[in-house]
Write a protein that binds this ligand. Sequence first.
Ligand code: HEC
Length: 201
Amino acid sequence: MSALKAGVSTILCGVAFLLSTGPGNATESTVEGDLHIDAKSFRCITKMTPVRQFYVDNLRGNLDATLAAANSTMGAVYPPGSVIQLVPGEAMVKRGTGFNTTTHDWEFFELDVSKDGTHIRKRGFADVVNRFGGNCFGCHIAARPEWDLVCEADHGCAPIPITRAMIGALQRTDPRCDSPTISPQDAEALKQLNQLLKAPQ
Ligand code: HEC
């Protein structure tokens, strides 16, 4: 290869590198006031604050603002630092304003939880696919605009096949919480969930 060609390919590699770490993929930001988020940003789901069927936190100490958005009957934009979880294994975190315009600044997480704590299996923006092959953003963007990508049962997203009983059972048996106990009803709901997950898709 000539020196010129070698030089050109070095430049192209550099460009590819810049593109692959550019907005949309990077998880650390230059947005002012944005937070570093790692496994320690997540905790026992039932220690978070309950709102209807899900739980919220605010990593910037702005829990009141997150609760105001979650409890608004007309919908609202969630403030930066908001964490929302329906089940222990999935989370949405609101990054700094302008961090990712496609996802309205939401970062999606798939988490592995055990009694030893939280491990981030996957994180990102429009590209995160959950363990059942569903793209988080693909579903959540269908929520009507006033709901800021939060689906709940009636905001316009395609439904998930998991019942309220299964969701409650997953929340109450989060292995990161202090000695979670398992009721017969929750054990039955988790059994049904396992059968659902094993069924051919
Ligand atoms: C098949 C579509 C679909 C996919 C894929 C999906 N979700 Fe959801 N998600 C929903 C629906 C619908 C709800 C509301 C369920 C309910 O309350 O009954 C929901 C609820 C949630 C909630 C609670 C707040 C809310 O929007 O109601 C969070 C947080 C969440 N999902 C995160 C994720 C993450 C993270 C991923 C990817 C790892 C993901 N979801 C993948 C459809 C989906």
